[in-house]
Design a protein around this ligand. Structure first.
Ligand code: NAP
Length: 310
C-alpha cells in the first residue's frame, strides 16, 4: 500500500514564493509539507547576481535561496524530496501523488514555477549539453575565452549574456526583432559592454557543428532574406518560459497556455487550491513578487483551514 502522509497544507515547489508560503502557513501553526524534486531555491539557483530584491545590496541567487530556506525552516515545516505526478481530489482533501508516496491535505499551494522554452531548430537537441545550454551560470566556465551566441531579447537573454562576458571572448545576441524586450537598465549595461554584439531582425535557422561540438549558428536576415552565419562554440537559448503545470492538467485550473489562473488572493477556482509565483498567469515574474504572492497564499491557506472549522 502506498504510504500517505497527512498535513494541513502542502506546498509544491521550494522557490522564493513556495518557501514564503510555507513560512507563513507554518508560522500560523499549521502542519506544512514543502515538496520539491530538486534543491530548494528554484530558478534563483541558476541566477548569478540578484540586484532587484530589497534588503540585499549584493547577493548571489543561491545565497538568497539559502537565506530564504533558513528563514522558512525556523518555523519547522517538513521539507520532502518528491517528483509530483498528479493531484487527486478526495472528499475535500488534495492528494498529491509523487514518486516517493502520497501527501494529503485540505489546502494545496502550487509554486512550481516555469521552465525554459526550446527554440526548436535543427541542432538544438543534438548539441544540448555539448555547446547548447539554457543556463549561463551553470555552464559559463566551459566557455572561457570562447565566442558565444545568446538567442533571445528578454531579461534572461540580456542578463545572462552580460554574465557570460565575464569569461567569454565575445557574446553575440541574436534577436528576432530590432529592439530588445529586456528592462532598460539591462539594455544600458549590455550596450555599454565591449564584449557584446547584436544581430537584429534575425531568424535562427540551425545550430551546426562537427557532430561533437557546436561551431556556428546559421540565421536568416529578415530584412534582406539572406542566409548568414556566426561562429560560436556555445549557444545559450533564452526564448521564454513555459509553466511547469502538467501534474495539474486535470484539475480545471489552467488557462489555455497552461498557466494557473488565480484571483488576487492566489485562489484557483478549486476551493483550497492556491497558486503563486511564475507558474501563475500574470505579467511580471520576479523574485520580489513571487515572495509577495507567497505571503498571500500562505495566509489564505490559513484562512481556508480556519473556515473548515466554522
Ligand atoms: P521573455 O521575457 O518571454 O523573453 C523571451 C525573448 O525571446 C523575447 O525577446 C522574444 O522575442 C524571444 N523569443 C521568443 N520566442 C522566440 C523564438 N521562437 N525565436 C527567437 N526568439 C524568440 O522570457 P525571459 O527573458 O526568459 O523572461 C521570463 C520572465 O522572467 C519575464 O517575466 C522576465 O521579466 C522575468 N525575468 C526577470 C529578470 C530580472 O528582473 N532581473 C531576469 C530574468 C527573467 P520578442 O521580444 O520578439 O517577443
Amino acid at each position: 500500500m502506498t504510504e500517505r502522509k497527512e498535513y494541513d497544507v502542502i506546498v509544491i515547489g521550494a522557490g522564493p514564493g513556495g518557501m514564503t508560503a510555507a513560512l507563513y502557513a507554518a508560522r500560523a501553526n499549521l502542519k506544512v509539507a514543502v515538496l520539491d524534486r530538486g534543491p530548494y531555491g528554484g530558478a534563483m539557483n541558476n541566477t548569478d547576481a540578484v540586484d532587484n530584491y530589497p534588503g540585499f545590496v549584493d547577493v548571489k541567487g543561491p545565497e538568497l535561496g539559502e537565506h530564504m530556506y533558513q528563514t522558512m525552516m525556523k518555523f519547522e515545516p517538513d521539507f520532502e524530496y518528491g517528483d509530483v505526478q498528479t493531484v487527486k481530489l478526495e472528499d475535500g482533501k488534495k492528494v498529491v501523488v509523487t514518486d516517493v508516496g502520497e501527501f494529503a491535505a485540505p489546502a494545496l499551494i502550487i509554486a512550481t514555477g516555469a521552465d525554459h522554452k526550446k527554440i526548436g531548430v535543427p541542432g538544438e537537441e543534438e548539441y544540448s549539453g555539448r555547446g547548447v545550454s539554457y543556463c549561463a551560470v551553470c555552464d559559463a566556465p566551459f566557455f572561457r575565452d570562447e565566442d558565444l551566441v545568446v538567442i533571445g531579447g528578454g531579461d534572461s537573454a540580456i542578463e545572462e549574456g552580460i554574465y557570460l562576458t565575464q569569461l567569454a571572448k565575445s557574446v553575440t545576441v541574436i534577436h528576432r526583432r530590432d529592439q530588445l524586450r529586456a528592462q532598460p537598465i539591462l539594455q544600458k549595461r549590455a550596450f555599454a559592454n565591449d564584449k557584446m554584439n547584436f544581430i537584429w531582425n534575425a531568424q535562427v535557422e540551425a545550430i551546426e557543428g562537427d557532430g561533437q561540438k557546436v561551431e556556428k549558428v546559421t540565421y536568416r536576415d529578415k530584412e534582406t532574406g539572406e542566409e548568414k552565419e556566426v561562429k560560436a562554440s556555445g549557444v545559450f537559448i533564452y526564448v521564454g518560459i513555459l509553466p511547469q503545470s502538467k501534474p495539474f492538467a486535470d484539475l480545471g485550473i489552467l488557462d489555455e497556455q497552461g498557466w494557473v489562473a488565480t484571483d488576487d488572493l492566489m485562489h484557483t477556482n478549486v476551493p483550497g487550491i492556491f497558486a503563486l509565483g511564475d507558474v501563475r498567469a500574470k505579467h511580471l515574474r520576479q523574485i520580489a513578487n513571487a515572495v509577495g504572492d507567497g505571503s498571500i497564499a500562505g495566509q489564505e491557506a490559513y484562512n481556508y483551514i480556519q473556515s473548515l472549522n466554522d
